[in-house]
Design a protein around this ligand. Structure first.
Ligand code: UDP
Ligand code: MG
Length: 316
């Protein structure tokens, strides 16, 4: 299995409840494709029995299974990064461990890749998430598209296929907090999308709180674009022009009508609004500075505790 046709990269974080079903569906689906493949599981510092279950699976199918074990939780996208760095396939497919992306759909992506695309995203036919999640993610999709010019119809969906060259390009990036589908899109020459099924989470619960979803979207906006900063400068210009006009108006009023002492609360409202804007601007700057800070520290992005794989020297 020196270079298999397919590498399936799956991040796993506290998924002990779903792993057995995942194995039961994933391996037969891949066997049915009739391609050489490897499955690379990345255990993202799970605190439950996930690591032990992955180890058992490695022992059951060592020919096609590799497991990367992190020492601590580094996040879904870092886990995929590690998978990318270690996988060897020509076409690399990412998948969630919770079976929301049916493994039976992998064939569809691979077929599309073979048509000559180097990046195939997928769009969930009927999204099986809570109404709020679906709605919020649609809104973020639109905003992101405006800001970053990255065209991904369904950004939250991780069932995607990448060519070896795109994955190599991603591997050469040392970004700390990133969003893999967007990064891939910036490197792809010929991206495409297919429609796939989507299921409810098989078991367990979502690993993303509302907070981490918001964080993820910040990473997307500030990690791939300077437009928020530019918008903020534009806003600053407009507010200054508005204030200048108000100043002229008040001077004129004072000369013609005389001094005024009322309108105190209007002034407060205006002040609070402007202070709010200024705080938002400082926060926005902070987002970028924080990214720069993380990046310049050059800390390892994740710590690999162990890699379970068959000795590659023998088998190649
Ligand atoms: N995941 C991970 N590290 C994390 C959070 C999630 O590796 O810190 C994995 C998780 O095990 C799953 C995938 O990322 O395979 C997607 O997570 P989840 O299903 O919880 O996200 P949602 O579907 O709610 O967006
Ligand atoms: Mg999920």
């Amino acid at each position: 299995m020196s270079t298999p046709n397919l590498s399936i990269v799956i991040p796993v974080y506290n998924e002990e409840a779903t792993l057995a079903t995942l194995f039961a569906r994933l391996y037969p689906a891949l066997d049915a494709l009739g391609e050489s493949y490897e499955v690379v599981f990345v255990n993202d510092g799970s605190r439950d029995r996930s690591a032990a279950i992955l180890r058992e699976q490695f022992e059951a199918r060592p020919d096609v299974t590799r497991v990367i074990l992190f020492g601590a939780n580094a996040g879904q996208h870092m886990a995929i990064m590690a998978g990318f760095e270690h996988c060897r396939g020509e076409i690399i497919v990412t998948l969630d461990a919770d079976l929301q992306n049916p493994p039976e759909e992998i064939g569809k992506l691979v077929a599309k890749m073979r048509e000559g695309h180097d990046y195939v995203g997928s769009i969930r036919r009927k999204r099986q998430d809570s109404l709020f999640r679906t709605w919020a993610s649609k809104a973020m999709n639109r905003l992101r598209e405006k800001i970053t010019r990255i065209k991904i119809t369904d950004q939250g969906n991780m069932l995607r296929a990448y060519s070896r060259s795109v994955v190599n390009a991603i591997n050469s990036c040392k970004e700390v907090a990133t969003f893999i589908p967007a990064l891939a899109y910036t490197f792809a020459r010929s991206p495409a999308e297919v429609v796939v099924e989507h299921e409810e989470r098989a078991a367990g619960e979502s690993k993303y709180s509302l907070y981490s979803l918001i964080r993820l979207n910040f990473d997307l906006m500030t990690g791939f674009s300077l437009v928020p900063l530019q918008w903020f400068s534009m806003l600053g210009i407009f507010v200054s022009l508005g204030s200048a006009a108000l100043f002229v108006l008040l001077i004129a009023r004072r000369l013609i009508v005389g001094p005024e002492a009322e309108g105190l609360f209007t002034l407060f409202a205006l002040m609070f609004f402007l202070i709010g804007l200024a705080l938002f601007g400082i926060g926005l700057l902070g987002e970028y500075i924080g990214r720069i800070y993380q990046q310049v520290r050059h800390r390892p992005r994740y710590l690999v505790e162990a890699i379970l794989e068959r000795d590659t020297e023998q088998s190649s």
